[in-house]
Design a protein around this ligand. Structure first.
Ligand code: NDP
Ligand code: MG
Length: 404
């Protein structure tokens, strides 16, 4: 029987944690997927290695640093090389005529415009970059509906919810239960977390991810962003989206229906499964004989624990619910202030427990725009990053000197 044509993909952020795991999936199923475009910021060595292995038609870096550009020109053959920089390099890959599915896996705020351009160009979106929906879910989902484009979640919790919701009616959903491992500081009070180091915050108990999302997992901000992401993806109000702590990260989320039945999705904590599902949807690909085969053995898991989430000692989650309910530009202000605050923490300029203080103050100073345009979202992001920086300086005069 002839094989169906390979699905042609672009990977935005191919050198990151999600990007590299996306290429693991492609490597395991060479008959199913073909890489058309790869874009990163500045990791040229790895990008060049990926380009040699997958022979994409287009390779780009967003950095305008002359040293990076020179290295890029040297390492990537001219026929594959994108001449664009910044957002434009991502957009060029996202709307490339040969691309069917765009894996949006850059970290941070830059994925928004390229993802919107991909939606308008009719591409299927495999969405890892949750910031896009947090900043501008109202725009992205409206554009996707208009273009008849599917937004397929890569985030493990949302992939679980999506799998549980397949074949069900939204009207019959009572609530979504997003699971959280609780991160490295589960059970600790704010006072106990006052002096945690960057190293401790980066030591996630169950997941290996990029640095920003790992810090967000330690403060539970990641869970807050996921609540907002779920609100947009599944079109449910915040009152129907809850968080439950589950330290083993084996149940990736659950859906409770009106008849009290609960569906949950289980697998070992490995992002390559939600990535694979988003790429192969609506099919499931057999892992037998592939390097990805990694079955869950219940006897090894042994037990599954659940507990209520602690919103008092993890105020970032509360702030995300508040910003989500406020809507408009508030979530964009929150996620941008967090981007800045996390960078300051990683540089040693503030304490981890200063992060929620900075976010709360940024939100308090923000004049919310009800239905922000893309430009207004971008302006809000720039404003919130500057505010977060300023608030950090106001709150840590004793530590400011060498750092902030
Ligand atoms: P990483 O920091 O590991 O990787 C980020 C990737 O994006 C790198 O390829 C990086 O390139 C690239 N990148 C960053 N900024 C830019 C830019 N301005 N222009 C072009 N490329 C850029 O992040 P993760 O893979 O961990 O996360 C990516 C996204 O997926 C985030 O939104 C995160 O929240 C989400 N996510 C991640 C999960 C995970 O397990 N890691 C789980 C669920 C969601 P370079 O290497 O050159 O810097
Ligand atoms: Mg997640």
């Amino acid at each position: 029987m002839p094989h169906p044509p390979r699905r042609r993909i672009a990977v935005l952020g191919s050198t990151g944690s999600i990007g590299r795991q996306t290429l693991d999936v492609v490597r395991a199923y060479p008959d199913h997927f073909e890489v058309v475009a790869l874009v990163a910021r500045s990791s040229v060595d790895l990008l060049a290695e990926q380009a040699r292995e997958f022979a994409p038609r287009l390779v780009g870096v967003t950095s305008d640093d002359p040293a990076v550009r020179a290295q890029f020109t040297e390492a990537i053959p001219e026929a594959q090389r994108s001449t664009l920089v910044g957002e434009d390099a991502l957009t060029e890959a996202a709307i490339h005529p040969d691309v069917e599915t765009v894996v949006a896996a850059t970290s941070g705020l830059m994925g928004l415009r390229p993802t919107l351009a991909a939606i308008r160009a009719g591409k299927t979106i495999a969405l890892a970059n949750k910031e896009t929906l947090v900043m501008a879910g109202h725009l992205a989902m409206a554009e996707a509906r208009q273009a008849g484009v599917e937004m397929l979640p890569v985030d493990s919790e949302h992939s679980a919810l999506w799998q549980c919701l397949r074949g069900e009616k939204t009207a019959e959903v009572r609530r979504l239960l997003i699971t959280a491992s609780g991160g490295p500081f589960r059970g600790k009070t704010l006072a106990q977390m006052r002096d945690v180091t960057v190293q401790q915050a980066l030591a996630h108990p169950t997941w290996r991810m990029g640095p920003k999302i790992t810090i967000d997992s330690a403060t539970l901000m990641n869970k807050g962003l996921e609540v907002i992401e779920a609100h947009w993806l599944f079109d449910l109000p915040f009152d129907q989206i809850e968080v439950v702590v589950h330290p083993q990260s084996v149940i990736h989320s659950m859906v409770e229906f009106v008849d009290d039945s609960i569906k949950m999705q289980a697998s070992l904590p490995d992002m390559r499964l939600p990535i694979q599902y988003a790429l192969s949807y609506p099919e499931r690909l057999d892992r037998e004989g592939t390097a990805l085969r990694h079955p869950l053995r219940w006897a090894e898991v042994a037990r599954l624990d659940f507990e209520d989430v602690d919103m008092v000692n993890f105020p970032c989650l509360r702030l995300a619910y508040e910003a989500g309910r406020t809507g408009g530009s508030a979530p964009a202000a929150l996620v941008s202030a967090d981007e800045q605050a996390v960078a300051l923490f990683m540089r040693g300029a503030i304490r981890m427990t200063d992060i929620p203080t900075i976010l709360e103050e940024t939100l308090a100073r923000h004049n919310v725009i009800a239905e922000p345009s893309v430009d207004q979202v971008a302006e809000t992001c720039a404003w919130a990053m500057a505010q977060a920086q300023q608030i950090a300086e106001e709150l840590s005069p004793t530590r400011r000197g060498s750092h902030v």
